[in-house]
Design a protein around this ligand. Structure first.
Ligand SMILES: [Zn+2]
Length: 79
């Protein structure tokens, strides 16, 4: 029997919000993405392996890993 398994990564854009970039220091729009990783069997995600959040600065292009709480704060405009 042939078993096809692997890992599936998906990324979802959660939105844009103004925040201060930790790299360039500008207050600029930050794009917040959620990345999900899952173990998949026959190309179907079976076991979620957690998600991570990252913010990308539209001024300098730096991508910073953030916690879920930080991502929510950025999107709420409170960061
Ligand atoms: Zn920046």
């Amino acid at each position: 029997m042939l078993v096809i398994f692997g890992f599936k990564n998906s990324s979802r854009n959660l939105g844009l919000a103004q925040a201060t970039c930790p790299r360039c220091g500008n207050r600029a729009a930050q794009r917040v993405d959620r990345r999900k990783r899952a173990f998949s069997l026959f190309f179907i995600p079976i076991i979620p392996l957690g998600s991570s959040y990252e913010a990308t600065c539209t001024a300098c292009g730096a991508t910073t890993g953030v916690s879920r709480g930080q991502a929510e704060q950025i999107l709420a405009g409170a960061y």
